[in-house]
Design a protein around this ligand. Structure first.
Ligand code: H79
Length: 423
């Protein structure tokens, strides 16, 4: 039982930090894992898994010519899916920069026949479309650089661990490249760091200061460091859905569409649109963001199996935008078995899985406010649903009984909006 208006207010307050507001309100972003590893098409860990020598791996660059890359098309797909920001791998663990980097020649503009700067093209397309561009940067793991030093996943087939001098990598590549990303691509919404294993507290703080000195409003995720409490928001484990209230900071779930991040021809285990929409409402109902990944091909396209799923998710997010963007999670600690809840001042949205649509009425406990109106969001006529509210004195429970339409009103998850008296 959680008739708790104080908790309601707290949930509301979480969203009001002006630096993170665009991100928490946006709720849904596109993750893009794209790099030289698209060529062998076995995921972004290919170089490490196959222990491919640096010189041999570099040769892949000659074959990387993604002439079908179209920044506007990618941004349009993100927008169509209902995603408000994009996080693209500027450099993954293989050390290959996906932009024109003066700091290191191992980059797409200088080392491939393609010769273009996809991040510059994306920055322009995002600016035009009102989508926030963000960069993933592998700050500790770099299998190309002789001096990158990580707790576990180092290139030990080309380089000797004992000869590594981490500061040469740090000052010579990581920091200069981060500077390029934060000075040559306009506003960067956030930097997504990954896998900080072994990074000292001092170097963790050094990189945060570096980012803040260049773009103070650029957000940083928690994976920048293993030291507690660093970063503006928490990235949960890959594909892990968090719980609200564990950490004062806002959080996200990074999620794959299949079981991989980088492009691979091997993995064909795709989540259905039904699953994706249920995951999305589960995450936002707990107050988190969903960062959903695509792994583009070596030709520069987003695989059609990914695109078709995102378009289907987008049809749903378009109809239910009001219950997604700018919402807070549920004020109730228990996850309802029928789906999820989101809230706005004076409003509650019930995201009901269509599979749970067996009863003709839904019984909710804990809402004290008078319900002024209830209707299905996807119902164009917005017919009022009849509601009954009463207070069960012996149980000390506020009970709301809503008469549901005879059939689900939307694909996969049907949303009922409640207008409440007061906040
Ligand atoms: O970018 C994606 C991953 O490549 C990256 N984080 C997400 C967002 C990541 N870096 N490190 N890890 C994930 C954890 C490493 C897991 C490993 Fe393995 C298990 C490395 C070796 C065994 C996974 C399975 C990768 C290769 C085999």
């Amino acid at each position: 039982r959680t008739d708790n208006t104080d908790q309601n207010k707290q949930t509301g307050l979480m969203e009001r930090d002006p630096r993170t507001a665009w991100w928490t309100q946006g709720r849904f972003g596109m993750f893009i894992h794209w790099g030289l590893y698209a060529v062998p098409a076995q995921g972004e860990w290919f170089m490490y898994a196959s222990r491919t020598p640096v010189r041999e791996y570099e040769n892949l660059a000659e074959q990387f010519n993604p002439t079908e890359f179209n920044a506007q098309a990618w941004v349009a797909l993100a927008k169509e899916a209902g995603m408000r920001y994009i996080v693209i791998t500027a450099k993954h663990h293989d050390g290959f920069a996906m932009y024109r980097s003066k700091a290191d020649a191992f980059n797409i503009a200088d080392a491939t026949p393609f010769g273009r700067d996809p991040l510059k093209e994306l920055a322009e397309a995002c600016e035009e479309a009102g989508v926030v561009l963000c960069f993933y940067y592998s700050h500790v793991i770099d299998w190309h650089h002789p001096h990158a030093l990580h707790k576990e996943h180092n290139n030990t087939w080309d380089y000797k661990l004992e000869e590594k001098r981490f500061q040469e990598y740090w000052e010579g590549k990581a920091k200069p490249q981060i500077k390029e990303l934060l000075t040559e691509y306009g506003r960067v919404g956030l930097l997504w760091f990954d896998t900080a294993g072994g990074l000292s507290e001092e170097d963790s703080k050094d990189i945060v200061r570096h980012v803040q000195s260049l773009q103070p409003d650029c957000l940083i995720n928690s994976r920048v460091s293993h030291y507690m409490g660093m970063g503006d928001f928490v990235s949960k484990g890959d594909n892990e859905i968090g719980m609200s209230g564990e950490d004062a900071r806002p959080w996200e779930t990074p999620m794959t569409l299949n079981q991989s991040w980088g492009y691979t021809t091997k993995d064909q285990v795709w989540k259905t649109a039904d699953t994706l929409i249920r995951k999305l409402v589960n995450v936002i109902g707990k107050g988190g963001n969903l960062l959903l990944n695509v792994g583009p091909t070596p030709q520069g396209t987003i695989p059609e199996l990914s695109a078709e799923r995102l378009r289907e998710v987008g049809e749903w997010t378009r109809r239910n935008a009001e219950a997604v963007y700018g919402t807070d999670g549920s004020p109730f600690p228990l996850e309802p078995e029928w789906g999820a809840m989101t809230t706005k001042p004076g409003r509650v949205y019930l995201h009901i899985h269509n599979g749970a649509w067996t009863e003709r009425s839904l019984r909710l406990t804990g809402i004290r406010n008078k319900v002024l109106r209830a209707y299905a969001l996807a119902d164009v006529s917005q017919t009022n649903l009849s509601c009954e509210q009463f207070y069960d004195e012996p149980l000390d429970l506020h009970i709301l009984q809503i008469q549901l339409p005879s059939q689900p009103t939307d694909q996969y998850v049907s949303v009922i909006a409640l207008e409440l008296e007061g906040e």
